[in-house]
Design a protein around this ligand. Structure first.
Ligand code: SER
Length: 315
């Protein structure tokens, strides 16, 4: 038996990742867990366990009892929320990772996926086509925790041969579970408001360019990387991973092709400064070369699917 657990299965990524992993590897072998209940289909299609990931004893018990060998650790506090709760964010984001890496070091588990983020970059990072190796001086609590996490991942790989794999996700756009607490969340909210109200007040300014990705690409890329031959995973901190780059003005324009009367206004809040510290576009040649990463969706195809799916969901 080679069971898998998704920790953070109620979240934006976790809810979709759990279902796709179950689809591929069987419902009973993919455990979902979160501190709060997950979506109905996640809770119904396979095992679900309530878990506070910082509870070391409970985490170890669940993993050993259920013969879990692969861990997808998605529980984290995102950039916007973390700025409001720095201590709690650091505690959750770091403690969960170190506990999991220790389980791998002790050979209780075989493989760990842990997401990093474009938030590892900061105001001094080159903004265009940001390289894999570059200046990294993150200015947010979330970014600092992700950068430290990357260093820990590489350290555990080098020192203890822990098979840990990671990507730096850009802003993720999806319709199944709404994002929460992130700076890139406007690109999800905008679709709901476009359909519900025909207008949206954006918390970032019109020209704020950010790297983004449609969730199906992110899920496929994540599982592909985890299923790759370990020799292909040459970077053990975290891989740059890119999809599409756009700003709120361009996204509004893409929505207007379907909803011509849609209007957008701009009222930047504290998240504007966070967004301005991040790159506009990412160079992900290493991921493409090492394990064959390739994104599929562009702005137009993503917008088309998002509007269709949210319309259906709301009706
Ligand atoms: N989407 C995340 C955020 O905005 C970035 O990793 O916090």
């Amino acid at each position: 038996m080679n069971n898998t657990i998704v920790i953070g299965a109620s979240g934006q990524i976790g809810s979709e990742l759990t279902l796709e992993l179950r689809n591929r590897f069987g419902n009973d072998s993919v455990f979902a867990s979160d501190i709060k209940d997950a979506a109905h289909d996640v809770m119904e299609s396979g095992p679900f366990i309530k878990l506070d990931v910082t509870d070391s004893a409970k985490l170890t018990e669940i993993i050993t009892k259920n013969k879990i060998k692969n861990v997808y650790l998605l529980a984290a506090m995102l950039s916007g929320s973390a700025e409001k709760n720095p201590g709690k964010a650091w505690d959750l984001n770091m403690k969960s990772l170190l506990l999991t890496l220790d389980l791998a070091k002790e050979k209780v588990i075989d493989k760990v996926f842990w997401p990093s983020s474009i938030a590892v970059f900061g105001p001094t990072t080159p903004k265009k086509n940001t390289p894999q190796l570059t200046i990294m001086e993150p200015s947010t609590v979330y970014g600092i925790s992700k950068q430290a996490g990357e260093r820990w991942c590489e350290y555990y790989f080098n020192k203890y041969s822990v098979d840990v794999r990671s990507v730096r996700y850009p802003g993720l756009i999806s319709y199944k579970t709404e994002a929460g607490g992130g700076t890139t969340d406007y690109a999800v909210e905008i679709f709901y408001e476009a359909i519900k109200a025909g207008k949206y007040e954006c918390f970032l300014s019109e020209n704020t360019l950010l790297p983004m990705m449609f969730m199906p690409d992110a899920i496929r890329g994540t599982i592909d990387m985890m299923e790759s031959d370990p020799a292909k995973i040459k970077i053990r901190s975290s891989y740059n991973m890119s999809g599409i780059s756009f700003n709120p003005g361009e996204l509004a324009q893409a929505i207007r092709k379907h909803i011509p009367d849609f209007t957008i206004t701009y009222k930047p809040d504290f998240r504007q400064q966070i967004a301005e510290s991040w790159p506009g576009s990412i160079n992900d040649d290493d991921a493409r070369l090492d394990w064959g990463w390739k994104h599929e969706y562009d702005l137009a195809s993503m917008t088309d699917i998002m509007l269709g799916a949210i319309r259906k969901k709301l009706s």
